[in-house]
Each structure stands twice: as C-alpha cells, then as structure tokens.
Design a protein around this ligand. Sequence first.
Ligand code: HPA
Ligand code: ZN
Length: 356
Amino acid sequence: MCKSHLHPLLQRLPKCEHHLHLEGALTPQVLFSLAAKNHIELPKDDSAFASPESLVDRYREFKSLDDFLHYYYIGMSVLLDAGDFETLAWDYFTHAAADGVAHCEVFFDPQAHMERGVSYDVVLSGFQKARKRAESELGITSELIACFLRHLPPAHATATFEHEAVQASFAAGHVIGVGLDSSEKPFPPELFQDVYQKAGALGLKMTAHAGEEGPAAYIKTALDTLRVQRIDHGVRAIEDEALLQRIAAEKILLSICPISNVFLKGVASVADLPIRQFLDAGVRFSINSDDPAYFGNNFILANYCAVQEAFALSAAEWVAICEGSIDGSWCGQERKEELRARLRSVSEEWVGRCGT
Ligand code: HPA
Ligand code: ZN
C-alpha cells in the first residue's frame, strides 16, 4: 500500500492485467510443497534451494533477465498434473481479485512443459478450471496467450504451434493469442517470422516481449516483421523518438512491468522509467506484475503504487491509464463496456475532487 491519498482510487480502478506469466506466480512456498508432493528433487548444489526463505532471499538478488530465467525454469519443473496448474492459476486469480483486477490476459509457456513430458492438454485443463472458477466466484474474466521461447530454435516454436492439441485450443478459443518470451538478447523478433505469419493467418492476437533488455530496434522489428498488435515491456522505445511517435499514433499497447524492471536491473528505480514521457507522448500502456512470485510477491496493485510513489500522477491520469488498458484489451466489446461503466463510476467520484 502506498502513502498517496489516491491509494483508494488505485485499489478501486477496474484494472486489466496484460503481462502476467502464470508460471511466474509460483511462490517459493508452493514450489516447495509441489516438489515434495511430486517427488521432484530441487538442485542440491545451489544453497538458494535450502528452504523457501532462502529462495526468497536469492530472488532479491537477480542480476539480469537470464539470471531470473534460470530460477524460473527450475521452479516450473515442480508442476506436473492438471491440479498443479489449477492451483498455480487459482493462486494468481485470488491475488488479482484482492488487487482489483477485473480482466486479465495471461501468458504460459507450452514448450517449457511439453519438453519435460507434461502434455499441453494437462497444462490447459488445469488453467481452464481455474479460469472458469475465477469468472464465477471472483468476477474476473481472463484470456490465455501461449508464448514461444526465443532461446529455443524458431523451428521448435513452429512445431509447437502446429501441434494438434495447440491447434485445437486455438480453434476452440481457449487460447486467443501468441507471445514471445524468455532470453531477449541475442534473439531478435524477426527470427520468429514464420510462426507469427501462421498465427496471423489464423486470426490470433499477437504480442511479443521486446525492449525489456533488448534495444528499441527489437520493438520495431516486432511491429514490422511479426505484425504484433501489442508489445510486452517496450520501455526502451524511449530511445527512438520516431518509434515512440509511431507507437502513439498506431495505439500500440505497451504492457509495462515496473517492479520487474527494477528486480531484473533494467532500471535502478521505478522513477527511472519513462512513464512521464509516455504519458506526454500519448503512448498507451498498462501496468502489470510480470512474475510477481519472483519479484517480491508484488502483484498488480503494488506496481500501481510504485508508479504513484515515483510519479505522483493525478486522478485524471490514472483514469486515462485505466481507460487505455481497457481499450487495448482483447476481450469482447460487451465486456469492455462493462469495464468502462465501472471506470466511469470510479472516475465520477475521484476526478475533479479537490487535490486530485
Ligand atoms: N521477460 C522474458 N521472459 C519472461 C519474463 C520476462 O519478463 N517472464 C517470464 N518469462
Ligand atoms: Zn514477461
């Protein structure tokens, strides 16, 4: 919770989360309990795995994206059956509900599970159960985005995309889009043109991580060669003025993750992020938690608070950010109207109030 007098507004905004890796919601406590249940041996040669507490301590010292990813892939090795994936997603949804998330579009990494012998249908069935329950019990709507791992060969991504079960999930509308994650450098987006061309032909939504550690040029090639409609992170767009203007003009949503950027040493503090410049340039962005269990258990509201503490935005600016993240969501028009109506009622209460 931040000290700002706007904290109640931040809590009440009907938030849309667009950048959340479900595997990144695996807390050290759940990791250890699933490892015990599934008889998975955690690395013995790394003292970080001595206890959940020592793992939490190690997570506070990530040196880079790759250093984090090392732990992220070990972590997900404890997920085996559909119930494990359901537990993981439900854990996220309950945190999201407490933080005022109304709608989310969440990532998962099929290749990372299929490679270790866990079938796509097992992963999906667990997530689907949690999603249905989140909608009926928590009022949270959600969509799934399957990400390709850029450290693996592009042909591996294409083969995964063409897998029968993956295709069936697209056809059924259970997974609405594709993304690109994992080590950013030295894997420029254009390496994955083939699979994105196929995804575009199916009418899937498309996004890609770009400009987190990689240069602004990766954002440009994600737009030009992959034809993505959204960019995940994208903070390094600030290094290219023409690109920034284009992102604003084309209303490309950047799904930014402030606390993640600090944990992974992209910036020294949230205050160093180009949020003021994005607002001034009319860039549409949403604020997200990325891998909250790895980044201090900071879910979406903590990210909103961190931005408020660093930039002291006005109530009107928060309403505009929320409006942009509803507009940039991939839910249906009817759901967007519901979210806009909720936002209007919060806005009427807060905007124009003395001191906001
Ligand atoms: N960047 C790239 N890959 C990832 C991330 C991220 O922030 N989180 C999980 N996989
Ligand atoms: Zn991410």
